[in-house]
Design a protein. Structure first.
Length: 288
């Protein structure tokens, strides 16, 4: 596609992740028709060079590829199967959902869209920083030909992209990754609490941790937040409550027992109840 005219892209959802992704696509020469329930988000998209679409149907009519980046299952159902949704409006087009949603609802969306359109499940792994830098990871499943058509678009947004199969595989892999990320935050928080209780200064703890066999890109990325006890959100506690709840439901549907995830879910719910819901999820590691 790089040697051909770029496809017109419709974009639904201009939040913390959606906005930098839109901006990168516009800078790469793509035409974007955008819509969002939040007028402020739509204003930001316009300021970056996107055109404002008046409805979901308008997005579909003016686009070759329609991409959504929305917060949850309910929002995905609403934009596809709601009374003014995309179902029936996507014939001959590609619909790409890059959100983190449940495999069950994703399968419902595939049925609602039907065979007249190609549906790519393409959740991303990364943060607002990696979105701004175009270094997300795209996990994709759905029709192979449609995935190949979207690869140039994904290359603008991501440093890595993986094609996983023709069904809901991408949804499951995103939950697998987030299970490990959530568990890492809880385990690091618990270990650091023991270290502090033993009289070890947090800088020394992090020096040794980050130079040990258990160091990881995630821990290195969160090092500054832990050492400064400052948890400006890249991914919030509330978002992690949502994701660990999705993980629990997906596991139950497949008869997979995940007691560790259940425990981690309870830790994030407790943090949210303590008023930390909009802090970064690594706030579990905060010093008293």
């Amino acid at each position: 596609m790089s040697d051909m005219k770029k496809p017109a892209i419709g974009w639904i959802g201009i939040g913390k992740m959606g906005y930098p992704m839109i901006r990168r696509l516009i800078d790469a020469g793509y035409s974007i028709q955008a819509t969002d329930n939040d007028p402020a988000g739509l204003d930001r998209a316009r300021s970056a060079g996107a055109s404002a679409a008046v409805s979901l149907q308008d997005v579909a009519a003016r686009s070759d590829i329609v991409i959504s980046m929305i917060p949850n299952d309910q929002a995905l159902r609403a934009i596809v199967s709601g009374p003014r949704g995309l179902a029936g409006q996507l014939a001959g087009k590609i619909f790409v959902d890059m959100s983190t949603v449940s495999p069950t609802v994703s399968a419902e969306i595939a049925t609602a869209i039907g065979s007249g359109a190609a549906y790519i499940r393409a959740p991303v792994s990364g943060s607002t920083e990696t979105a701004e830098a175009g270094k997300l990871t795209v996990l994709a499943s759905g029709p192979l030909g449609a995935f190949e058509t979207c690869q140039d678009v994904f290359n603008v947004l991501a440093a890595r992209q993986y094609y996983l199969g023709d069904g809901e595989q991408a949804r499951y892999l995103k939950l697998v990754l987030n299970s490990l990320v959530a568990g890492s935050a809880a385990l690091v928080a618990e270990a650091l609490e023991l270290g502090r209780a033993g009289g070890i200064e947090i800088g020394t703890l992090m020096d040794v941790l980050c130079d040990s066999v258990v160091a990881s890109p995630l821990i290195l990325y969160k090092r500054h937040a832990i050492e400064t006890n400052s948890y400006a959100p890249a991914f919030t506690v509330n978002q992690m409550v949502k994701d660990t709840t999705l993980i629990a439901a997906a596991a139950a549907a497949k008869s997979v027992v995940m007691p560790m995830n259940d425990f981690v879910n309870s830790k994030f719910k407790a943090a949210a109840s303590a008023g930390l819901g909009e802090e970064d999820f690594f706030v579990l590691a905060r010093s008293p």
